[in-house]
Design a protein around this ligand. Structure first.
Ligand SMILES: [Zn+2]
Ligand SMILES: [Zn+2]
Length: 261
């Protein structure tokens, strides 16, 4: 059995066909998924999936790329975290990839938003789902400064260097691999995947994005997460069952889903 540790099933292209998506998951032995929240406005829809289906859980948070949305306060996130089936704070983090003419200095609002999420995670004891793109040094620094080690979490859809992987592991974080791991060009990332201890690895789809080979460019769904597992197994020269077992156990240990019914 496989777990998709990060998907966006509330996005319209997936939400409309949730029945088919769940049938495909069952056929592919994907028995659980974590539905990720990206705005406060979206939270009720995401949490609705997790309360409606007993093998879905959800997070509470505001994605760093989202502008013009409601800005979360620590108390907002703490209140949402108390709702049923919420097992993580995020996705949160830093993304300096699309600065749109701004400087990194101008992104202070993003760093403040990230700090608020880390404080909410510490207040609730829930782990963090961290998104980082073109911003790894600040991401690691803020996690350190805010004491994120106390709660841990995951660097999701990991595409960073070996050095960043080491820093994430040193902070007690897990590292989640997506369909990018299957891309021919992902040589450096495949090296990182060989290096990360199996007991700190998670797998995800980040659906509807980043479908693995041979579905690259198509709409991704949780049913495709076994392709990520197979690639990870190949890289680590172990069987796919071991990857399924370990990543499922890691997911359960990190998000304590069996305790958050
Ligand atoms: Zn992300
Ligand atoms: Zn995401």
């Amino acid at each position: 059995m496989f777990v998709d540790s990060h998907c966006h099933l509330s996005f319209p292209e997936l939400a409309e066909r949730i029945g088919d998506i769940r049938a495909d998951m069952a056929a592919a032995s994907v028995d659980r998924a974590l539905c990720i929240c990206t705005t406060l406005e979206e939270f009720d829809t995401v949490q609705g999936l997790a309360t409606r289906f007993d093998n879905f859980w959800c997070s509470a948070g505001v994605h760093p790329d989202n502008e013009g949305v409601q800005e979360p306060r620590v108390e907002d996130l703490v209140a949402l975290a108390a709702r049923p089936r919420v097992v993580a704070i995020g996705e949160t983090g830093l993304d300096y990839y699309r600065l749109n003419g701004r400087s990194i200095d101008d992104m202070a609002w993003q760093r403040e938003r990230f700090r608020i999420h880390i404080r909410a995670a510490r207040a609730t004891g829930l782990p963090l789902v961290v998104h980082t793109r073109s911003a790894s040094a600040d991401t690691v620094r803020l996690l350190q400064e805010e004491g994120a080690e106390a709660v841990g979490g995951v660097f999701h859809c990991f595409t960073e260097t070996m050095q960043v992987a080491r820093e994430a592991l040193d902070l007690g974080f897990h590292i989640s691999f997506s369909g990018i791991l299957t891309f021919k060009t992902a040589i450096d990332l495949q090296e990182v995947a060989r290096f990360v201890p199996l007991d700190r690895c998670l797998i995800e789809t980040d659906s509807p994005y980043l479908a693995p080979v041979p579905f690259r460019g198509k709409t991704n769904t949780p049913a495709l997460v076994p392709y990520v597992a197979r690639k990870l197994a190949e890289l680590k020269a172990i069987d796919v069952e071991s990857v399924a077992e370990a990543t499922t156990a890691n997911f359960e240990r990190l998000f304590k889903t069996s305790l958050r019914t």
